[in-house]
Design a protein around this ligand. Structure first.
Ligand SMILES: *Cc1c(COP(=O)(O)O)cnc(C)c1O
Length: 422
């Protein structure tokens, strides 16, 4: 244990080795205090898209920081926020018309839930329930924990979490059960919204389901006047192969949350996009209908400038091609693990590759996770398995050689584990 006063996230300080200090970053790499170059195979918790210290984004931050610091975002507005909102509406699924800024994925989802509940409240037909998918993750605030999977992470807060209706996860061949359960819940007329991570459930174990199921959930929601909130905090900005995962289902969610990759991962920023009817339900000469939400750092101009630079990169550089190339690289390398008895499952969603190890006690707290982490750390790889679920979600600048190194290490780790030598 170190004598640092810092309390780190998702860290059991009594068990973890002392933290390594990172002194610089660039591309797909972190550089630590000893000069070791560590491959960031999980994009620093899923935020870095193009690469660390992407030059155009860093330059935009430098320029914006000469003109702006935080500016109050009520009564006043500023160019970076205005331009970014226009840019987001342009590229988001058509039909999303308004942009509400906040500063993290959790707040983006809280805002979405409040928009949905406010919509029904303000239109005089209050609805009091939220539907979610089993194994979902939407953040660590009380509201988003309520909507997320319950377990060891939130057991201490359980009495303070509100109840939601959980749909079974659409496992392969069981999709209809999920759809039927949703239909039944919707028939009550009480469901304000379905809050869902499109195509991939991230922190819940990198579980993948088909776009057709998402499209069908949207159709059911529409039939019952239930809103669909797409939590694209992780899936956005190319991770699943398209800019937003919703594009693959060809749906327009009523509300879309984006954060992690919004600034390319350089600065914290989030946006919750919604359709005109949701905004209009809050538009009134009656002040009680105001959308009462704000974060102090709403629409930070420097963060907005970084996000604008990110939009610029998507416009001027072949990002879609890089994403496709990375997806192909992952697919080819996963093939060698198919029908591998050391693995329970191998799956992929765009740039995200998932290898689920066959161990007797799976789940997040299984100590195989920390042992794997240590194994990879020794090989200068930043890979943080979710229990027995190893995944790679690298930035798009990762090279073929980097990928080879990561997959070789995974192969080695799987063998060591199978031989009881991990
Ligand atoms: C990370 C994540 C969040 C929470 O974002 P924070 O910025 O950590 O608050 C919400 N939803 C999903 C799907 C996420 O992956």
């Amino acid at each position: 244990m170190s004598n640092s006063p810092v309390w780190h996230p998702f860290t059991q300080h009594a068990l973890e080795p002392a933290m390594k200090r990172i002194v610089g970053t660039g591309g797909a790499y972190l550089v630590d205090e000893d000069g070791a170059r560590i491959l960031d195979a999980i994009s620093s918790w899923w935020v870095i898209t193009h690469g660390h210290c992407q030059p155009a984004i860093m330059e935009a931050i430098r320029r914006a920081s000469e003109a702006y610091d935080q500016i109050i975002f009520a009564e006043y507005t500023h160019e970076p926020a205005e331009e970014l909102a226009k840019g987001l509406i342009e590229i988001a699924p058509a039909g999303l018309k308004h942009v509400f800024y906040s500063d993290s994925g959790s707040t983006a989802v809280e805002v979405a839930l409040k928009m949905a509940l406010g919509y029904f409240h303000n239109t005089g037909r209050p609805r009091g329930r939220i539907c979610v998918l089993k194994h979902g993750y939407h953040g660590d605030t009380i509201g988003t924990m309520s909507a997320g999977e319950r377990g060891v992470f939130n057991a201490a807060y359980e009495p303070f979490l509100f109840a939601v209706d959980r749909l079974p996860f659409p496992d392969s061949g069981r999709e209809q059960h999920t759809l039927d359960a949703f239909e039944t819940h919707c028939a009550s007329g009480e469901i304000a919204a379905l809050l869902i991570e499109p195509l991939v459930l991230g922190a819940g174990g990198m579980k993948v389901y088909p776009a057709a199921t998402l499209a069908e959930l949207k159709r059911i929601a529409e039939r019952h006047g239930t809103l669909l909130i797409a939590d694209e905090v992780m899936t956005g900005w190319g991770r699943t192969g398209t800019r937003f995962a919703c594009e693959q289902a060809d749906i327009v969610p009523d509300i879309l949350c984006t954060s992690k990759g919004l600034t390319g991962g350089a600065l914290p920023l989030a946006a919750t996009l919604c359709t005109a009817p949701i905004f209009d339900a809050h538009l009134s000469r009656d002040r009680r209908r105001t959308f009462f939400h704000s974060s102090s750092y709403t629409a930070n101009p420097i963060a907005c400038a970084a996000a604008l630079a990110n939009l610029g990169i998507w416009k001027t550089e072949p990002v879609a091609e890089r994403v496709a190339a990375l997806a192909g690289g992952q697919r080819r390398r996963l093939q060698r693990f198919e029908a591998d008895p050391r693995l329970r499952d191998v799956r992929q969603a765009g740039t995200i590759a998932v290898l689920e190890l066959d161990v007797p006690t799976g789940g997040y707290l299984s100590d195989v996770g920390p042992r794997l982490r240590a194994f990879f750390r020794k090989r200068q790889l930043l890979i943080r398995p979710l229990g027995n679920v190893i995944y790679l979600m690298p930035p798009y600048c990762v090279t073929e050689a980097d990928l080879d190194r990561a997959y070789d290490a995974i192969d080695e780790a799987a063998s060591a584990l199978a031989k009881g030598q991990l």
